[in-house]
Every structure is written in C-alpha cells, then in structure tokens.
Design a binder for this molecule. Structure first.
Ligand code: SAM
Length: 277
C-alpha cells in the first residue's frame, strides 16, 4: 500500500485510546485513505486496479510503505536470487520484479489487473514473461517450475487462502520458498472499529483517493493464528516471520514521520518466508 510523502505519522483514524499514543505509519493513517462510513453506491466495484493503475503505480514507486519498507524487506528476505526462477504473484507494475531481475533472478509475473500488467510490461520489457491470472484460481504455470514465489501485499485480497496457497505450492519445486507480506493482523485489530472480533476472518473496506477519484477497496483481515495455520495446512514450513525496520534512506526521506519517535521501526505489514515441504 502506498504512502504519500509527508502525510503520515500523526493523523489518527479514530479517537480510540490506542491511537492517542504515537500512531505509526499504517494503511489507515495515509491521507488519501478514508473509512467507508456509509454503504457504497450499488454496483461499486471493489479493488478495481485497472481504474487507478497509473496513480497507484506512481505512489508505490516512491512511498514510504512500498519503496522504503515493503519492497526492500521482500528483496532482503529473498536474499541471493541470482540464477533462480522466481514467480511474482500480484506483480502490479513490476517494481519488485525489477529489483529481483537486477539481482540476477529470472522472473515471471502475473496479476489480475490488465492495467497493472501493461505498466509492468513497459517497465520490464519483453524479457520477463507476464501473465493475466487470478490468485485464488488455477494458475497457468507447470508444476514445480519455480525456485521461489514472491507474493507481496496480495494474499489479503482473498477471503479463503486454500486454493491460492495450494497453487503457489504446486508451482514451486520441492524445497522452494514462498516469500511474502500481508497486512499485519495486530495493526488491523488496533485500527478496527470498537467491538470488531479479532478472531474472525473479516472484510474491511476503505476508500482510496487516487488520480482524483475515490476507489472502493476491500481486504480480508485475519488473526495471526489464521495466517500461520493456513501456511502449515497448505504444506509449508514457516522459516521466518518478520517485522522489519524500514530500509535505508527512509528517515532521511521522511523526517517528519520519524521525528520524536522512540524507534525507527513501526508495524504495518507482516513478512514471511515459507518452505515447501
Ligand atoms: C498492493 S498491490 C502490490 C503490488 C506489488 N506486489 C508490490 O508489492 O508492489 C496489489 C496487486 O495485487 C493485484 N491483485 C489483487 N488481487 C489479486 C488476485 N486475486 N490475483 C492476482 N493479482 C491480484 C492487484 O491488481 C495489484 O496489482
């Protein structure tokens, strides 16, 4: 999720007691994110990345939460990918794929948004195979063809992870890794309306104002144990659960976000490395 430079770090999303203290950057404190307070207009389509692909890609390119946090964390967790075949699930405009290519990986990407894929194509050229495909359904890739799968900020669009994780596991070779990130369940809980059941797998909606228009976004929040249980039930071993610090240059680029904070660290997303067993 992108973050507009210079606008995070202090705007509480509600008057809840947790948010009177040092509200960290997160997806509910970004200026162009607002709560859905009334029922959306009938027929309003959620998560329609095609309708704001360029504006989203521009935010993702430079934001604290993507460029200085989520992306460096994923690349760091992936480590030495030189010569490895990597599938980028929900590749968006291709920024993660590009970083992995620069480190010597052979990358294949897919996304459910044709608009995002068109931007990825412009960025990555013809050397990277890009497919229009939906995580949550059958994927158009052979069994065991990838050393790694990267799923950066995409699983939380799905209510049920069973098919998605089974398919990502199927396309990995034995011992292959699934490296990814999702909304951190504690942040989801801390910023939820009072009375929200932490233990439920529950939809949460927001408006994203990008490119001058408001877009309805719906995610599926879930408790920590539902995340880890889904991974192990799908046949993965959990090697790493990570709450990383932002990457190099974040404090210099966003001094107002970090001013007066006790730590350069904040929680926003939960990162993981899993191995196919
Ligand atoms: C928050 S963006 C993240 C993009 C990129 N992975 C990154 O970390 O910069 C989410 C991306 O996931 C894609 N997406 C959402 N649901 C999807 C699904 N079920 N299957 C494939 N792609 C999906 C969206 O189109 C969008 O490009």
């Amino acid at each position: 999720m992108p973050n507009r430079p210079g606008t995070t770090g202090g705007t509480a999303a509600s008057d809840g007691p947790e948010e009177q203290v040092d509200t960290p950057p997160n997806r509910r404190t970004v200026s162009w994110v607002s709560p859905v307070e009334a029922p959306p207009p009938p027929g309003e389509r959620a998560n329609d990345y095609d309708s704001f692909a360029e504006a989203y890609a521009a935010e993702n390119e430079t934001s604290l939460l993507n460029a200085y946090y989520a992306r460096p964390a994923i690349v760091d967790l992936a480590g030495d990918v030189a010569g490895r075949w990597v599938l980028d699930a929900g590749c968006g405009a291709g920024a993660v794929a590009e970083a992995l290519c620069e480190r010597g990986a052979f990358v294949v990407g897919f996304d459910s948004s044709a608009g995002m894929l068109a931007l990825a194509r412009q960025r990555l050229g013809d050397d990277v195979v890009l497919e229009h495909a939906e995580l949550g359904g059958p994927l158009p890739f052979a069994d065991g063809g990838f050393d790694d799968v990267v799923a950066s900020l995409v699983l939380h669009y799905l209510e049920d992870w069973t098919t998605a994780l089974a398919e990502l596991r199927r396309v990995l070779r034995p011992g292959g890794r699934l490296i990814g990130s999702v909304h951190h369940p504690f942040v989801s809980h801390m910023t939820a309306p009072p009375g929200t059941d932490y233990f439920a797998i529950r939809p949460t909606s927001q408006w994203w104002e990008l490119g001058g228009t408001k877009h309805l976004m719906t995610f599926w929040d879930r408790p920590l144990h539902a995340i880890t249980d889904a991974f192990t039930a799908a046949g993965f071993r959990i090697d790493v659960l990570s709450e990383p610090a932002p990457g190099p240059g974040a404090q210099e680029r966003f001094p107002e976000v970090f001013a007066g904070r006790a730590s350069e660290k904040f929680v926003c997303f939960l990162f993981f490395v899993l191995t196919k067993v």
